[in-house]
Write a protein that binds this ligand. Sequence first.
Ligand SMILES: [Zn+2]
Ligand SMILES: [Zn+2]
Length: 307
Amino acid sequence: MKIVPIAFESLGVRSQATFLETPDLKILVDPAVSLAPRRYGLPPHKLEVEKLLELARSVKEYAEEADVLIITHYHYDHHDPGFVIPRDIYKGKKVFIKDPNSFINASQGKGRAPRFLNSIKGLPDSVQPADGKEVVLGHTKIRFSCPVLHGADEKMGYVIQVAVSDGDETVMFTSDIEGAPKEMHVKFTQEVKPSTLIIDGPLSYMLGYALTEEQFNAAMNNLEKIVKQGLTTMIVDHHLVRDQRYREIISSLKSKVKEVNANVVTAAEYLGREENPLESRRKELFSESNEPAKLPRGVAELLKGGG
Ligand SMILES: [Zn+2]
Ligand SMILES: [Zn+2]
């Protein structure tokens, strides 16, 4: 299966947008890009905004090619009601979404999901809540997990995980589970047995604030367990790469799983590109050139919404 990580933290923005192509179906999971409104007390740097607009164009191009678009939950780094990616990408597509009416927190269920669904009204060929469902399109099977926690508790709501099988192999996308701190996050990987897993990793840059040491250790142990279940490749990126120490954390995971010969990489590494984790380098970017970005209107609205 062709796997293209389009936009991720290691490529310079907040996103997990991924294009998957089987012999008979093209799928784009989470067509959106975002930035941290504030990091180290600083607004986005000019280079980050340029990268956001560049990767928004890539997401749009891949989305136009796709037959199926999937939205795993309603945070702005996973869906876009028209801020920087045109709503036209939904025209004529089959759209599978996280159920907006159950297992959802207030900000997503009452605010963002209805706004998004309203913004794409009339455009897609179909829009279907996908939680826990299985869909067969030609020779491609798409399985969606039941809703699982966005991290260790209910505060951030729920996401659905996605597994795509083409008969030869299964590629799985975890969405925002914050590196699998709970048994429920591991369960779907045990059911679908992916060879490649795209996972977000723990919010280790928030250690001591939004993440406890215990939750971090639970996530690291589960990542180890998941790799040892028989993965060929784990693309670990998104939340983890917001941390300046992500290299050390990936190295320590790699040393724990070295007997199984799995490939543990960031999205940039997977693509053979140089890593460009702009958000974690924001302080340096400002010390190299003090250029706060002039924000185009869509970007300003996106960041006002919480990034
Ligand atoms: Zn999220
Ligand atoms: Zn996210």
